[in-house]
Design a protein around this ligand. Sequence first.
Ligand code: NCD
Length: 353
Amino acid sequence: MARTRNAVATREAPPARRSRKGPVTKTPEGISPSTQPELWTGPDRHLLDLDHVSTQEITEILRSTDGMKEVLSRRVRKTPALRGKTIVTLFFEASTRTRVSFEQAGKVLGADVINVTASASSVTKGESLLNTVRTLESMHVDVLVIRHPHSGAPYFVASHIDAPVVNAGDGTHAHPTQALLDLYTIESHLGGVAGKKIAIIGDLLYSRVARSNLWGLTKMGANVVVYGPPTLMPPELDNAEGLDGVVRAASMEEAVDEADVVMMLRIQRERQAAGHLPSMREYSRVYGLNARRLKLAKPGALVMHPGPMNEGIEISPDVAHGAQAVIEEQVANGVAVRMAVLYMLAARGASGR
Ligand code: NCD
């Protein structure tokens, strides 16, 4: 999807691939062998988006997530798998669920987790992103989790430090762990995404969640249908290379019709330049998901939303909290998916040191 990426992010080419990699053979205490990331042999040590992650690697992360869910279901939710490792979350944007989710994931695995928020860091004294990251690295960080308002910032960071980098959301570009937890949630209900109709509705232009999901879902064989206001649809979607299986619907009804999953996106008001929408009321009337529209989907179709929701705008409260909504499950699965990702990256880093 070169065109989509270029259109949303002016960034350097992905960082040069480094040699510190290789299958992980150790079996850390507390995690069953089935969760071992032995198949994670892809060339990227970082998780920056899903475009560079193979279907085999995605499958491996999802299987590892099963094991992590088992850990989370124990009475004592703690394993020493990453004991002695340090994970830093560096957030330059407001966040509740994603930051807490990474923190919890790291702590359940026994790592030390240090949270740095831009507003309370030397960034407010004018320190550059590069210097902030170099300072952290000199303190021996094993995995750096970064969220940044500028598309591409995690790629820049990854090209300048040794530690594996996880992109926790960069501008309008990517949010790979959200896409992985969405895949996991769908799979846990429907057995997989291949051949399923997944409708993604709303503000696709500004949605990093949608972009990463388009990669993940199409790679795994889903039929993705997108719909939203013409002013909020990325024009490059039509000819994007590598995004086979993405279709633009002509109406909300067409998008939802016989869908297996309806994924609603938040209106990203904080990112929007003025003038994209006439009014929120109008948006809700034309593009909102309500019970009447949901009836067009397959019986029992899943309703998803990455959160935070604007209830009453993109989704009506009865649907958001109804029997078909799996929105809270998405949050819960987020911890397990992030455990799998952190474990794979931290264990891999260790294997080469
Ligand atoms: C998303 C994000 O921050 O990109 N939320 C999240 O990670 N839970 C989606 C959004 O902000 O709408």
